[in-house]
Each structure stands twice: as structure tokens, then as C-alpha cells.
Design a binder for this molecule. Sequence first.
Ligand code: ATP
Ligand code: MG
Length: 286
Amino acid sequence: MTVTNSGTLVVDKVSRSFGGVVAANALDFAIAKGEFLAVVGPNGAGKSTLLQMISGIVRPQQGEIRLGERRIDRLRPEQINALGISRTFQTSRVFPMLTIRDSIMVGAQVGLIGGGRAPRRYGPAGELVSALLRLPGYRARVADAESRAEEVMKMFGDRLWPRRDDQAFSLSYANRRRLEIARALVQDPDILLLDEPAAGMNPTETAELAEVLAELRSRRPGMTIVMVEHKLQVVRQLAERCIVMAQGAVIVDDTPAGALEHPRVIEAYLGTRRSAAAFGKVNADG
Ligand SMILES: Nc1ncnc2c1ncn2[C@@H]1O[C@H](COP(=O)(O)OP(=O)(O)OP(=O)(O)O)[C@@H](O)[C@H]1O
Ligand SMILES: [Mg+2]
């Protein structure tokens, strides 16, 4: 299909079922490097499954996923992560006993020993020795990781940074979501996958998160972002392109404005065209 360059993510006729449920039905599209793509659709449409497949947690049964020319759908999640693809989960997954700072450093660790993309001087065994002996190369990478952790915490204003020594269990729901995003960002990914980052946030928190993502966008224009989000206002505000899924398939692929006003989309969400006016209201609040 599409001609690709090295940063393009290609989902090539990908299908996946669970028992009798079709979660992905010949999904076929490409995401260009640096694009901000929103994925919307009703519950059960297959949005999270798409992210699971890109990040290697779920394997497609048919089709291929490629990053540039490289096929990635048979790699393990940590191998895909090491290629520069980081994600957050729909349901927060934080380690309750770790502090904010340590939780984020866990994300950065990927680049310290064993995996990650940071250039390394030695092979894996040598790297481990380097880490254990705190050799200069290792120390430099720790310092680098610490300064990146500080930078991403500060992206969230005073939400995370002043609480950096607090354990994750003590955080508000919104702060756990922020922490997860920070943990993905500290890896400095080329592709960031966000599964409903604004879920459970109130309107103020949602607006604040949208600002953080807009700021990220201006700082890292080359970073591809794929965001599943039910809050359509956030989609309109941030995304350049919007894919609408229903029953495992893409039903519309357009700009957010074009996609969210498409009659098929209104139908998919609400079942009837008559509800179009109500849908408009849902958008405004969402
Ligand atoms: N691991 C799994 N085992 C069994 N069924 C699954 C699994 N993952 C997803 N499904 C099913 O596949 C379908 C698509 O699920 P998915 O989580 O991708 O939807 P979604 O679009 O993310 O929905 P939501 O908006 O509710 O998060 C659903 O019917 C779901 O129950
Ligand atoms: Mg989901």
C-alpha cells in the first residue's frame, strides 16, 4: 500500500478477533511521522485493541504493522518500545509504592541498561557491569535521565514536580494519568500512544491536559501522537486527523471537523440521524 518513509507507521490490513468478537477488521491506514491522529468511536469499537497491537501486547491474526520498512507486529512489547514507541493505558497502571520521580525514572531506565535507544558503549553484559560499577558512561546516562525526568514533570506545571517524592498511591486520579504520560514522555518516543488520557478528568483538568499536549506538540513537532479519546472537544482542539472506528473497522478518516460531523459517525455514536443536534451538544461538553 502506501509509500512510506522511515518514521511512517503502517497498519496494513490488520485483523484480530477475540472469540466471536471482531475487534479489528482489515484495518488499513498509515500514520505519517509527526502527525497527531485521534482515534474515536463507540465503546467496543476496537480503539484500545489497535493500540495494543501497535505496542505489541496483542498480536494481529492477519495483516502487518510496520514502522517504516520494518515489520513490528511479531516483536515483543519491549522490543517495540525500544524502537521508540511508548504508550499509556486506558486504566492507569502505576506502581503504588513508588514515588512520582521513581515511577518516571522506571520509564527512563529502559535507556539505562539492557534496552532502549540510548547509544551504548558495551554489549549487554558489559552494560550491566558498567551499571554495577557506576562507570562514567552509565553515570552520564543516569544524569541525563534525571534531567529529562525533571523536564517532563515540569511540563505539568505544579501538578507533579512539587509532589515528586510522594508515593503514587497518594495521588489523585488525574495526577496518576499525568504520571503515566510523563513516564511515556521521559523515553522521548518517536511515537506516543495515548489511550483516553483525559478519561475521568474534570473540565478544568481536561483543558489543562490539552494545554500540556499542545505544548508538547510545539516542543516536539516530529513526535507522532496517536490519541484515543472520547472527549471530542479535546480531539477537535488538538488532532490534525481523526479516524472513526466502529466494530473493528475505520468508517471515516478525515480532519476532526469533517469526521465528527459525518452522518455515519453520528449514526455510529447515537444510532439515529435524528440525534444529530444532541450530538452537537455532546461535543461542546465533551
Ligand atoms: N483481551 C481481550 N479478550 C477478549 N475480548 C477482548 C479483549 N480485548 C478486547 N476485547 C473485545 O474486543 C472489542 C473491542 O475492544 P476494545 O477494548 O478495543 O474497544 P474500545 O474501542 O477501546 O472500547 P472503549 O471505548 O470502551 O475503551 C470489545 O468487544 C472487547 O470486549
Ligand atoms: Mg478502549
